[in-house]
Design a protein around this ligand. Structure first.
Ligand code: 2P0
Length: 328
């Protein structure tokens, strides 16, 4: 394979999991214990350029205009090694990456980051991968990146090995008015990484086998709700699934939590809004920020409630986003 003689740029959006990925059965290849399902979001994305260059002796990574140290770019170099092996090359690369997240939202995600890197690096290395193979490659960087190859609703089929663990589209064009409102409650780094948190759950939570079972039931329920545009079932099941994932952190040894006081306050407010008749539901990942799922018609009401409590800059409206785009 011959690397291209010019940089290749890819743009990939982040995604919010409605059925969460939490736990691996192969740490090296990132094969998950359960299938997951997500909605790609338009507002948060990563743009990455990659050029392989014979004159380089090491990979260089520029991240939001800062040059990363060799230590900070280790995960990227390890990922580029996977691409080099696939392409049969040893050439080092220049990587330039920008995360587009509004007002230092602290929502930067390894999902958009490794999806964009997989797209740009594979094409720059001379490979032409179809989207399924691109999702398998993105998976090697970070599990959630597997799903960010596709727009709209996407699923990551857990599979059992490198060939069978990939993402596929469920509905790339979302023709109903569903939105996610991101509540930015803190921009602080999380204390327990997803990677460490999920390993601890697999190894120590007595509830882990039940999680695997119940998440598969949630997957089927949400798949059906998407097909029938049943927003309430989708929202309710997503919220339940998120809380069951967080129950794994509480039941790990040592136990920990991604909640902070504001997360609990936001959840209580969503339950109140719901009791008063607004169909809105929450979900939460490996950090205290909350995402609210609702329909476009209810977004102004929901947003104004949260703007009053947490400040206008903490509330960001996002809609279903597109799949990966790669320059020629
Ligand atoms: C998800 N999360 O499905 C779940 C829900 C966070 C909570 O995937 O170890 O950065 O790189 O595969 O993908 C975040 O974990 O973890 C994640 P690795 P990743 O979106």
């Amino acid at each position: 394979m011959e690397p291209t003689n010019h940089p290749i740029t890819a743009k990939a959006h982040t995604n919010i999991a409605l059925v969460k990925y939490w736990g691996k059965k192969d740490e090296q290849l990132i094969i998950p214990q359960n299938s997951s399902l997500s909605l790609t979001l338009d507002e948060f994305y990563t743009e990455t350029s990659v050029a392989f260059d014979d004159t380089l002796t090491t990979d260089t990574v520029q991240f939001d205009d800062h040059l990363l140290s060799a230590q900070a770019s280790q995960k990227i170099t390890t990922f580029l090694d996977v691409v080099r092996e696939l392409a049969g090359i040893t050439t080092r690369a220049n990587v330039i990456t920008h995360n587009h997240v509004p007002t230092a939202a602290g929502l930067a995600s390894s999902a958009s980051g490794f999806a964009a890197l997989a797209g740009a690096a594979s094409r720059a290395a001379g490979l032409t991968l179809n989207r399924r193979d691109l999702s398998r490659l993105a998976r090697r960087g970070s599990g959630s990146a597997t799903r960010s190859i596709y727009g709209g609703f996407a699923a990551w089929q857990m599979g059992e090995d490198d060939q069978t663990s990939y993402a596929y589209p469920i509905a790339e064009q979302v023709d109903w008015d569903i939105v996610a409102i991101a509540l930015v409650l803190t921009t602080a780094q999380k204390k327990v990484s997803s990677r460490d948190g999920m390993r601890l759950a697999v190894n120590t939570s007595p509830f882990y086998p039940t999680w695997v079972q119940s998440s598969q039931a949630d997957f089927k329920t949400i798949e059906t709700a998407i097909a029938s545009r049943d927003f309430e079932t989708l929202g309710h099941t997503s919220e339940q699934n998120a809380m069951r994932m967080h129950a794994l952190t509480l039941s790990s040894d040592p136990s920990f939590s991604y909640f902070n006081a504001d997360s609990l306050k936001a959840m209580a407010l969503i339950r109140e809004l719901r009791a008063a008749g607004t169909a809105c539901y929450f979900t939460m990942d490996a950090g205290p920020n909350i995402k609210i799922l609702c329909q476009g018609q209810d977004a102004p009401t929901v947003m104004s409630q949260f703007q009053q409590v947490f400040g206008p800059e903490s509330v960001v409206l996002t809609r279903p986003g597109n799949g990966i785009q790669i320059s020629d």
